[in-house]
Ligand binder design. Sequence first.
Ligand SMILES: Nc1ncnc2c1ncn2[C@@H]1O[C@H](COP(=O)(O)OP(=O)(O)O)[C@@H](O)[C@H]1O
Ligand SMILES: CC(=O)OP(=O)(O)O
Ligand SMILES: [Mg+2]
Length: 585
Amino acid sequence: MNILVINCGSSSVKYQLINPKQDNPLAQGLIELGAQTDHATAIGQLLEQTQDETIDAVGHRVVHGGDSFRDAVIIDSEVIAQIQQWVPLAPLHNPPALAGIQAAQTAMPDLPHVAVFDTAFHSTLPRRSSHYAIDTELAEKHRIRRYGFHGTSHQFVAQEAARHLNRPINELRLITLHLGNGASACAIEMGSSTETSMGMTPLEGLVMGSRSGDIGAGIIFKLLRDEVAGVDELDDLLNRQSGLKGLSGLSGDLREIETEAAAGHDKARLSIAVFAHRVKKYIGAYAATMGGLDAVILTGGIGENSASMRQRILQRLEFLGLQVDEDNNQDARVNHTDKVTVISTPNSRVPALVIKTNEELMIARQTAHLIAQQSRLQVDLHIPIAVSARHLHLDKETFAALFGDKAEPTHHADLSQPGQFACKEKVTLVGPRNRIEGVRLLGPLRNKNQIEVSRTDEYLLGVDAPVRDSGRVKGSAPITLEGPVGSVRLNEGLICARRHIHMHPDDAERFGVEDKDEVEVAITGGPRDLVFCDVLVRVSHGYRLEMHIDTDEANAAELDRSSQGSLVYTDIEGRTASLRNLKTS
Ligand SMILES: Nc1ncnc2c1ncn2[C@@H]1O[C@H](COP(=O)(O)OP(=O)(O)O)[C@@H](O)[C@H]1O
Ligand SMILES: CC(=O)OP(=O)(O)O
Ligand SMILES: [Mg+2]
């Protein structure tokens, strides 16, 4: 699937055509806007430049989605109206995004268009970090709270860092520093944003190219009262004439400032010092709010490219367990193929990583995921559910000991999985506390004994058997079996079977899952609906679509024999999407 990703700014339209399964884009470009080139003209040019490739969907970067969106959405008129609402809080970013969406929808009316929001990743901010300390009713009425931005980038580099460190993201406390023209820091605990330096608008927090970042609110009153500037002038002053640009008096481009600083320009030096100091301050703050730190990640044009700025930011953080290797820092180079470089010493307890961000790839992934999910909605997602009562599989030797040397398993009834059948033979399970009689054998015989009971059965028997995938009986619970001819004491073999779904490869393709995936299945439409998590998918040409659960699980959901569930998809990055739709019947 090829996704056209559009990032519309006030002065340019940036685009990339991406196959989300590949690191490098199929095409990319930047079209300057001007007197002759409005958004519609730019989109026209962009389509000419990509005409050799197919486009399956369009992903748009939208900076401010406020609290209206927690995830990417397919754009419709309602979504556009919502984005419009947040224009006053992102005057630099949302109007060009809306103009871009409108132009792209006009030019490509038959394609799905998806909005991916900078704010979405920060929808997990806890109350303590999203609230400003002002009157809560006033804040609520005017939707004044901290939303945070650059979420796509923070999330992308956090995932890359976890992959590089070979640690599950839900074990990590990360600080990600997106340092570009806009700059923000983020504290990420267990994969979720818990603090970030931008607030209600992208003006807050770190020093930026032309934005002031944090300043005392009193400064604004003073400038207004002294009539130094009106409201619009102040807006321009803080958004466009401050930050590195305001401090240095030169420009917002760090490269130029670094050149001048090296030549002795005092204000250029000051601007670098203030920038680095502010970032360091946030690192300390976030290490404290998270109660520790497992890695620091630098990204964005400055984070990826300026070794001297990285050095200033990270020096003297040994007390946090972070020690920079200056040679590695100087040599660090990242690109879309070699995304990650470690710049800390081997002994540094907290690694420091430079990571090439890729907001466009992240937008393409989320767009593709949403489109795939939509198309799955069109297909039949029902899964028949079979409730397994307690039963057992035996090996030849145990069968002979229980039923006699000459005996063979006798066919009673076919089971739904091809080749499997229920036998006439039954045994008694003997536990330390109680016996359970009449437990049916399933055929054909196997090479390992496996006795599958429910938790309730375990309590009755007085044993504690592990939850296991079928076939994994090593180290499982012991049990005694009694048959008509003899009894056998097994040292292992008793399990509580892990819930699973048998699928033919065609089903797996239709559901978009693979062998050994873990999925969730929602049971809806009944009197005791629930979602089964940790359901194992087992794919084989020999299987027929069916979910197997035990009697306890079926009772908990008040299921009868003809019940069906529906898959709740687990997406590429392991978060759960809300596709729990269909009902049992
Ligand atoms: N080699 C470099 N050395 C220092 N700064 C750099 C270098 N390359 C890019 N930058 C800085 O990165 C910033 C732009 O970051 P970028 O992430 O591209 O911006 P945007 O937020 O517009 O996407 C500018 O301040 C630029 O000076
Ligand atoms: C939110 C924001 O500041 O974005 P950018 O860095 O693209 O200006
Ligand atoms: Mg940026």
